[in-house]
Design a protein around this ligand. Structure first.
Ligand code: OXD
Ligand code: MN
Length: 601
């Protein structure tokens, strides 16, 4: 196998030990090289030597800036093009043969038209550049739940990030050689021209073409493009789920660990919840939270009828602003070495800095490389990021590497809702839980270009990521409810409820364990609740509030529900679900009607 990183002639590509299992890959690499005309082709093996050489090259040409070696060894800053700082949902397409298969939730283009458009952009685009071939595996290398892909890119920054975010290189190539199957992802930064930027998905061909952006979600193709848009399509055909969810384990003082998967939209605190450190009272009693993943969850039913989940990623691509010793000490601990920062500010002695770091230091240079001037712009871009290996996280669960995955006890949906939505409620059953996920709403954030703070429907936090028609996706979710299935309980949370003074009512962060404890109590049948038309709310005595000071307004808004407000919400929800027309599963529309009439009663 020729998987060792080195300069190779265009025709000297990975042949495979028997010369045949990698034929499909070899042919595709040759085809792409003929189209893009790189000067060199480099097959990436994921080795330290390969990474060191790429880092040296990027330091040399200014793609990376070295950070303070004393305080942050082996860490680097990348400043992106100022017009290339987030996902671009308006330029992201799902290209199915039939437009209805992509659904109203996606931008669509016919596959032939999309290929022609993209191939015209890729034509000769790697002349003068190196083409990197990155075999990668999403999920533990020996897990039957994992899937492989190959990304071809002309960006060494992408290679360095993929090395952290996926199991990349020789072991992945060996698995591809054994299986013969992989997702094809072609990427070029092009000229970073926003007018020549598209992210196209071809789910029926298990292929991705991305041009004109170097930003994470647009360019690290293993993440959103493969592990969500393509994988959700694959998962539907194969009977599993690919979701925008963190996975955590919560260990109680008796030593039992329950695993929870939670879907929140981008930049709504998945990383913070996944790495939660309980308050002192809980810690001393023996509670612990284990991190399995912070962004993506692949789940499938096991032999015992439970859902088993893996985190397909190997690293975290987290939002930097707001990450502090108070909000997420585990994330800060990961970031002390071996990290890549993108678009953060730096202090005078070259340490990474962002708004909300609260470490008593001051920024000297902003994310655009200019002297920091608060009147001009924040030091760090609001969507600035860190890339770091999951293994660096003090709370990383040893079970994250278990090829069988972890059994899920509860699924949580949540949005950023300043009003109406209480702190937590539990769905009546699976069908109601699917409705709770399907009707999720949240205020938009800086993770995608466009206005921030606008409330939109974001079913299961998958609006930007579902690779097919949402109506079919809801039907797929409902299909897991079979005789013998031992499905997780479903909950909804809202950490972002505000009071009349505009301030958050719930302390959040470590105190969120109080809500997780109530959920586990519900799973075990020990925690009390009050039934309402929107679901079961915690009985106030059923949730541990020791040490939390809540005003009477907070208690009422966090643990009560406003029947009139919810009746209007359900009118909006049924209008939204109506947009999916006759493909919408009747079971879901009936569930929505049932809830709406209970609210009117
Ligand atoms: C992410 C996102 O980067 O959701 O995870 O945008
Ligand atoms: Mn995400």
């Amino acid at each position: 196998m020729n998987a060792i990183s080195k300069d190779v002639d265009r025709t000297d590509i990975a042949k495979g030990s028997d010369g045949s299992r990698l034929a499909k890959l070899n042919e595709w690499v040759a085809e792409v090289a003929a189209l893009t005309r790189p000067d060199r082709i480099q097959w990436c093996d994921g080795s330290d030597a390969e990474n060191d050489a790429l880092i040296a090259q990027m330091l040399d040409d200014g793609t990376l800036v070295k950070l303070n070696e004393q305080t942050h060894p082996n860490s680097y800053l990348h400043r992106s093009d100022p017009d290339d700082v987030a996902r671009v949902e308006h330029l992201t397409f799902v290209c199915t043969s039939d437009q209805d298969d992509a659904g109203p939730n996606n931008h669509w283009m016919a596959p032939t038209e999309a290929h022609a458009k993209m191939d015209a952009l890729f034509e000769g685009c790697m002349a003068g550049r190196t083409m990197y071939v990155i075999p990668y595996c999403m999920g533990p290398i020996d897990s039957p739940l994992s899937r492989c892909g190959v990304e071809i890119t002309d960006s060494p920054y992408v290679v360095a990030n993929m090395r952290i975010m996926t199991r990349m290189g020789a072991p992945a190539l060996a698995r591809i050689e054994k299986e013969g199957a992989f997702v094809k992802g072609l990427h070029s930064t092009g000229e970073l021209d926003p007018d020549r930027r598209f992210i196209m998905h071809f789910p029926e061909e298990l292929a991705i073409k991305s041009f004109g952006s170097g930003y994470g979600g647009n360019a690290l193709l293993g993440k959103k493009c493969h592990a969500l848009r393509i994988a959700s399509h694959q998962a539907r055909n194969e009977g599993w789920l690919a979701e925008h969810m963190l996975i955590l384990g919560i260990e109680n003082p008796q030593g039992e660990t329950h695993y929870i998967a939670a879907a929140f939209p981008s930049a709504c605190g998945k990383t913070n919840l996944a790495m939660l450190i309980p308050p002192e009272g809980y810690r001393s009693a023996g509670w612990k939270v284990w991190t399995v993943g912070d962004d993506i969850c692949w789940m499938r039913p096991g032999q015992d009828g439970r859902l088993y989940a893996i985190n397909p990623e190997a690293g975290f691509f987290g939002v930097a602003p707001g990450t502090s010793e108070k909000s997420n000490p585990n994330a800060l601990a990961c970031l002390q070495r071996d990290a890549i920062f993108t678009n953060v500010g730096v202090t005078a002695d070259n340490q990474p800095w962002w708004e909300g770091l609260d470490d008593g230091q001051q920024p000297a240079i902003d994310w655009r490389g200019e002297p920091y001037d608060p009147a001009k712009r924040p030091a760090a871009h609001p969507n600035s990021r860190f890339t770091v290996s999951a293994k660096a996280c003090p709370s990383y669960s040893p079970e994250a590497e278990n090829p069988a995955g972890v059994p899920i006890s509860a699924i949580v949906f949540g949005g950023r809702r300043a009003s109406l939505v209480p702190l937590v409620f539990e769905a009546r059953d699976w069908t109601h839980g699917v409705l709770v996920g399907a009707s999720m709403g949240s205020e938009t954030t800086a993770a995608a270009t466009g206005a921030v703070g606008v409330m939109r429907r974001d079913p299961m936090a998958m609006k930007p990521f579902c690779g097919y028609n949402f109506a079919d996706y809801f039907a797929h979710w409902l299909s897991f409810d079979t005789p013998g299935a031992k499905l997780p309980k479903i909950f909804h949370v809202n950490w972002f409820r505000k009071g009349d003074d505009g301030k958050f009512l719930w302390p959040g962060f470590g105190d969120n364990i109080r809500v997780l404890e109530w959920m586990i109590g519900r799973v075990k049948g020990t925690a009390p609740a009050v039934d309402t038309p929107i679901g079961a709310l915690p009985a106030i005595e059923g949730i541990n509030l020791d040490g939390v000071e809540l005003s009477s307004e907070a208690r009422e808004k966090l643990f009560g529900y406003d029947r009139g407000g919810w009746a209007s919400e359900f009118e909006a929800i049924s209008d939204y679900l109506g947009e999916y027309g006759p493909r919408m599963p009747q079971r879901l529309s009936e569930e929505a009607e049932r809830t709406a009439s209970a609210l009117q009663a």
